[in-house]
Write a protein that binds this ligand. Structure first.
Ligand code: F0G
Length: 434
């Protein structure tokens, strides 16, 4: 049986063909997800075949997304797949970060190794392929920078026109530069992410442009494979915890769905606990988690954080995210600007590095460890969502003591590493080094 779109709301559950251009349930307005009625699998055969594909030179098999196509089987023809060989991201041991967090061991799954430098590529290969299938010539998104960079790359690779909307002045130059270079029509809007999302939805509908924000259920399918690949790399032994940063909450929705489906298919024996970490100035999901009323998101009107990737006050996917954190017996945490900045420098000192939003993971783990929620000997995987080079401005300012929080207060360069200006004089430099 094929795939269907299903309303995520329990009281609705209306179903629609995957070939309909819809982003919310036309009946009740709920979020949509891809479902695969009647799907069953021989788990051992699947694992074998996925492992064998790593030896193959076929484009689909070389993609760390499409290699796992049986778990994202929403297409009936694979000839139109647009791939830049996304996924294939490593698990990296980080002893120094582990000791900073108070853990015996910590492993990073580094999504910054993707073609456009973030986890968005896992989803975008699916989103743009679906756009081609639906014969949509133009695709659009609002973005804090990574979705737009990724969409620009995949749309251009597919021969589609990418149109992106970004909050003026609040995305890093690295990400803006990518969008320009990959050929996206780029609008810098004088509004924040949440306000621009409403604008883009109106324009997409009015002009018949395909929307590729994470509300798009096909992007979520692609992002599921981050967790499938991680389990494959661990020989199907689940960690106790998977920790990730939360912004618009698409990724946590994808990870939770992946866990539930891997359990259903018999690929893993149990689900890891999912921990979402938000920046304190943009933490509506954390507030929801702590609230006695979990039916309404206490959105943040003016979200702030230097981790601009997760500067979002009204995340659309919160109902899915809440379901996934609850189903996995997970938690939600928030961390300050100083905690993010210091954790980021520690990840750098591991020789690994990441962009600010990604470092919220290590800061969150440290806090959850101190509170006794995560045990010292726990098996923890943290997902680094974006590459170090996405935001070099932040890094330079941190190390030179110029980084200021959104409120204006200077952050302490606890692990700062100032460059030193020297004359062209071997003797003087030798003296400085001895
Ligand atoms: N980390 C990075 C580096 C991101 O770019 C994002 C989101 C997140 C974490 C949060 O993921 O939204 O699925 O909870 N960036 C989006 C964008 C919003 O437009 O690039 P999420």
């Amino acid at each position: 049986m094929g795939a269907e779109l299903r309303c995520f709301e329990e009281r609705c559950r209306a179903r629609f063909p995957v070939t309909e251009v819809i982003y919310n349930c036309p009946r009740c307005g709920g979020l949509l997800e891809c479902v695969y009625p009647g799907r069953a699998a021989d788990a051992e055969a699947l694992k074998r075949s996925w492992r064998e594909r790593r030896m193959s030179n076929a484009a689909l098999d070389q993609s760390g997304v499409w290699r796992y196509r049986e778990i994202i089987s929403f297409l009936d023809d694979y000839r139109t797949v647009v791939t830049l060989k996304e996924g294939n991201t490593p698990l990296l041991d980080a002893p120094r970060a582990a000791s900073y967090a108070g853990l015996d061991r910590l492993v990073f799954k580094h999504q910054g190794f993707n073609p456009s430098g973030s986890f968005k590529d896992n989803g975008m290969t699916c989103g743009t392929t679906q756009a081609l299938r639906l014969r949509m010539g133009r695709v659009a998104c609002v973005s804090t920078g990574n979705t737009s960079a990724s969409m620009a790359a995949y749309a251009s690779a597919a021969g589609l026109q990418p149109i992106i909307f970004i909050p003026h002045g609040n995305i890093s130059y690295g990400k803006l530069a990518q969008a320009l270079e990959y050929g996206a029509k780029t609008f810098q809007v004088e509004a924040n992410f949440d306000q621009i999302l409403a604008l883009v939805r109106t324009l997409a509908e009015r002009l018949g442009i395909y929307l590729l924000n994470s509300i798009n259920p096909f992007r979520i399918e692609g992002q599921k494979t981050i967790m499938v690949e991680m389990m494959d790399q661990r020989d199907w032994s689940p960690p106790e915890w998977v920790v990730l940063p939360g912004g618009n909450l698409g990724n946590i929705s994808a990870f939770g769905k992946a866990m539930r489906e891997m359990l259903e298919l018999g690929l893993i024996p149990r689900s890891p606990r999912l921990a979402v970490v938000q920046a304190a100035g943009s933490a509506p999901f954390y507030e929801l988690w702590k609230s006695s009323d979990r039916t309404r998101l206490p959105r943040v009107e003016r979200p702030e954080t230097l981790a601009t990737a997760i500067r979002i006050g009204d995340p659309v996917s919160w109902p899915k995210a809440l379901h996934e954190v609850l189903s996995s017996d997970g938690v939600v945490e928030k961390v300050t600007e100083q905690e993010i900045a210091d954790a980021k420098a520690q990840i750098g000192l591991c020789g690994i590095g990441c962009e600010p939003a990604s470092a919220a993971t290590l800061a969150g783990i440290r806090k959850l460890r101190a509170a006794g929620v995560i045990a010292r000997d726990a098996d923890v995987v943290a997902v680094l969502t974006g590459n170090l080079l996405k935001d070099p401005d932040y890094i330079y300012k941190y190390h030179t003591g110029q980084l200021a929080a959104p409120g204006g207060e200077k952050l302490t360069p606890t692990f700062g590493n100032q460059p030193v200006v020297v004359p062209n004089d071997a003797d003087r430099i030798a003296r400085m080094l001895s």
